[in-house]
Design a protein around this ligand. Structure first.
Ligand code: S3P
Length: 175
């Protein structure tokens, strides 16, 4: 059971690219036996395009617009786990939407871990040609305040297993 019936809520995972949001969302979804929605996959399904293709053909502004509409829509749902793309919290209206019914969990990882996880990854247009500690750190620093503003709980994922991160989140949420 994820929530008491009187007061249903969503668990919303946020954080920088490759901090494990989708993996942890799946873990929580399995342990709590509730549905999980990955915002980027939903966007891909709805547009019938992959994220890099949307960026390439229509640009980041267009992607952010679809992302915002998607967030607005799924924020109205209840009792689900939502895994957000790393840029969702850059828009204050998105933050306000995800917080309406969501307990927001920020996952953090250090720049080297992000680099290790995204090496040879073609699916993240914003990291293309930026796989140095300095460039990752720069984007992270620019985003830090937005992430922290949105979060109810902050989880450092360094050297922790998927299971232990899942348990830590459930414990923090008293579930
Ligand atoms: C983005 C993160 C990506 C995806 C898009 C933009 C970002 O999702 O939404 O490439 O701005 O941080 P992940 O965080 O799942 O990589």
């Amino acid at each position: 059971m994820v929530k008491d019936k009187e007061d249903p809520f969503n668990i919303v995972l946020i954080g920088f690219m490759a901090t494990g949001k989708t993996t942890i969302a799946k873990e929580l979804s399995t342990s709590l036996n509730i549905e999980f929605i990955d915002v980027d996959r939903l966007i891909e399904e709805n547009t019938e395009m992959l994220i890099p293709e949307i960026f390439e053909r229509y640009g980041e502004t267009y992607f952010r617009q679809i992302e915002k509409e998607t967030i607005e829509r799924i924020s109205q749902m209840e009792n689900i786990i939502i895994s957000c793309g790393g840029g969702v919290c850059l828009d204050p209206e998105n933050i306000s939407n995800i917080r309406k019914k969501g307990k927001v969990v920020l996952l953090e990882a250090d720049p080297q871990t992000i680099i290790n996880r995204t090496e040879n990854d073609e699916n993240r247009p914003l990291l293309k040609g930026k796989s140095t500690i300095e460039s990752i750190k720069k984007i992270m620093d620019e985003r830090k305040d937005s992430y922290h503003k949105a979060a109810d709980i902050i989880i450092d994922t360094k050297e922790k297993s998927i299971e232990s991160i899942g348990e830590e989140i459930l414990k923090s949420l008293n579930l």
